[in-house]
Design a protein around this ligand. Structure first.
Ligand code: APR
Length: 250
């Protein structure tokens, strides 16, 4: 590992030890090493599917069968196989060390909860829970049989995943709790997000305005990297988070 990278990790570890009170903001990048492709960048899902044709609420309402058949079925199969990465586990370590309270995630894969994080705000909802568009009956993804698409409720209504489609609002409670976490943390650990989708991309700015130190982990630079992030650590989440925990525990 380069000296520069080690310096950045040591600087981040010093801040964590000194201030603690971390809030993490995660994006698809933290789950890449769990086998879930990102949306943008190398191997991005939106390179294969047009998000406005397959991930917008208007497209889903117009043709749920097409969205299920093309995007959601493949997503279910990918998520069913995914397991928490070392980066998810490192966040659980930080929580058990009393250094991290809340994880705000843009991901719908449930991997933070599966890894043992206790305070997870699902900013874009989740894929594990579903509901009937007609009668609002609740379903679990494990009840959905991908051989009969699109899934329908016994009332005849179509079933939708409880993730936030483009064109939908962020759940109010997630917005409120994320704002509270951002203004009260001393450090915001931003892991694996392209910081391109609002309003999630503004969360680190809110934290910075409230005096938090912004530590960003990503193999690529983002709009946050120069100007918002105080420490930018270039690399894959599992490797960097493992080394960060080692430096903290030294
Ligand atoms: N470790 C850390 N970061 C990684 C890794 C990795 N191994 N691999 C890729 N990345 C980074 C990429 O460089 C990129 O900056 O993760 C980021 C993934 O960006 P996106 O795919 O845009 O994911 P995200 O920022 O979470 O997207 C936000 O957009 O499409 C919507 O609702 C969807 O929640 C999603 C939102």
């Amino acid at each position: 590992m380069s000296n520069r990278l080690n310096e950045q990790i040591d600087k981040a570890a010093d801040s964590v030890i000194k201030f603690g009170n971390i809030c993490a903001l995660t994006g698809a990048g933290i789950s890449v090493e769990s086998g879930i492709p990102p949306f943008r960048g190398q191997g991005g899902i939106w390179d294969k599917f047009d998000p406005f044709e397959y991930a917008h609420i208007d497209s889903f309402m117009k043709n749920p069968a097409k969205v299920w058949d093309v995007l959601l079925k493949e997503m279910k199969q990918t998520l069913d196989k995914a397991k928490p990465s070392k980066a998810h586990m490192a966040l659980v370590d930080l929580e058990s060390l009393g250094l991290l309270k809340t994880v705000i995630t843009q991901n719908i894969d449930g991997l933070h909860q599966a890894s043992g994080s206790n305070d997870v705000i699902e900013f874009h909802g989740n894929f594990a829970n579903l509901s009937c568009l007609s009668c609002d009956k609740a379903f679990k993804m494990s009840e959905i049989d991908i051989r009969s698409m699109p899934p329908k409720c016994s009332c005849g209504g179509y079933i939708r995943p409880n993730c936030v489609f483009f064109g939908e609002n962020i759940p109010f409670e997630a917005l409120q709790r994320s704002h509270e976490a951002a203004v009260s943390c001393k450090i915001m650990l931003v892991i694996g997000t392209s910081a391109t989708v609002q309003p999630a991309a503004s969360i680190p700015i809110t934290a910075k305005k409230s005096g938090a130190i912004i530590i960003e982990i990503n193999p690529e630079k983002t709009a946050l990297s120069s100007g918002i992030s105080d420490i930018f650590i270039q690399g894959r989440a599992s490797i960097i988070m493992t080394d960060l925990l080692k430096a903290i525990k030294l």
